[in-house]
Design a protein around this ligand. Structure first.
Ligand code: SF4
Length: 337
């Protein structure tokens, strides 16, 4: 299962590559390495990956998510489709990897399938992540036809009881049916895409269900099962698993990261995030876009990304990233890339 998914993902990336995108990626790698060695920020090229937020609203109340816990300070809303088209125009010559989600449930945007098709017209690898409550056979067909490359379904339990402990307000059977809808749509279209990923966040309450989730993944014929460590926040109530392999924290309360936070972040060279209202944020850890470098309604993404705020932010990471609140709970930087 996992090996096939690996080849499908690799092929999906290769087929959207061209000379311009490849040379841009090489420029980014070079400028990141040079900046790291000199400890002085130099940015050449444009981000090769972007996350765009279709909406900041969500139907569930997951306790470790600021949207679900109703703690998001920025307003809720939907990305304007005309602005989305402009962003794609700006980004697509160099971009090859597009994530259509940040905060919120992307399928709550009524034009979500259209957003996928528009991105597909620019020949991009397109990924999204969903709680699976807004799927239907028609939407599944539209996603397959529209050229979605990967869809991640959050399934953190194998029964309504355990699933609902984290996905508060969620319906386990509905999510299972949504996965079946996409599997069937792919079979009807004889398409290998979108790659279906079932994602299982491991907490204390569900760590015993790992054998069952593997069985469920096989039964539902998903392409890949991703067992992920959960990010815990000071406002949440969840506990990390006792099995240290599935926890990113060194302590049993989830307060101390296992990895040493090195003063570097490759993500700051290769990608960025745009919220539904156009703010260019450094990454998805900046839930409230409080470190936003600017707004794409006022300036081009490239102007903002190369601007003073962005450069100073990156320089601060080299100096001491523990001074940046959002970076304290982030495992990025463990490796150079
Ligand atoms: S939180 Fe900081 S270190 Fe982590 S990805 Fe974002 S900018 Fe990089």
């Amino acid at each position: 299962m996992q090996l096939r998914a690996f080849f499908l993902e690799t092929w999906a990336i290769i087929r959207v590559m061209n000379y311009c995108r490849l040379s841009n990626a090489l420029k980014l790698i070079y400028s990141y390495l040079q900046s790291y060695l000199k400890q002085h920020v130099g940015l050449h090229g444009k981000p090769m990956a972007f996350s765009i937020e279709p909406t900041s609203s969500c139907n569930l109340k997951c306790p470790e998510c600021p949207t679900g816990a109703n703690l998001l300070k920025r307003p809720r809303g939907l990305m304007d489709i005309r602005h989305y088209r402009q962003l794609l125009q700006q980004l697509s010559p160099e971009l090859f990897y597009l994530n259509l989600y940040v905060q919120g449930e992307p399928f709550m945007h009524p034009q979500f399938p259209e957003m996928v098709s528009l991105a597909s017209q620019h020949n991009l690898y397109i990924s999204t992540s969903t709680n699976g409550h807004f799927m239907s056979p028609e939407i599944a067909n539209a996603l397959v036809r529209g050229g979605l490359s990967r869809i991640i379904f959050s399934v953190d339990g194998t029964s309504q009881e355990s699933y609902g402990l984290y996905r508060v307000g969620g319906n386990f059977n509905k999510v299972r049916q949504s996965i079946i809808d996409v599997v069937r749509a792919k079979a009807r279209a004889r398409s290998a895409y979108p790659i279906i990923v079932m994602q299982f966040l491991v907490f204390r309450h569900n760590e015993r269900e790992l054998p069952q989730i593997k069985k469920l993944a096989r039964r539902l014929k998903v392409d890949k099962l991703e067992i992920k460590t959960a990010q815990l926040n000071d406002f949440g109530s969840m506990r990390p698993p006792l099995n240290a392999r599935f926890s990113r924290y060194a302590d049993s309360l989830g307060q101390q990261l296992k990895t040493k936070s090195n003063n570097r972040c490759w993500r700051q060279w290769h990608s960025a995030t745009v919220t539904w209202d156009g703010r260019l944020a450094p990454c998805c850890y900046d839930k409230d876009a409080e470190y936003a470098f600017g707004n794409s309604h006022d300036n081009s993404l490239q102007e903002i990304w190369q601007g003073d705020k962005s450069i100073l932010f990156k320089q601060q990471i080299f100096r001491d990233r523990s001074q940046i609140t959002i970076c304290r709970n982030c495992p990025e930087g463990k490796k150079l890339f």
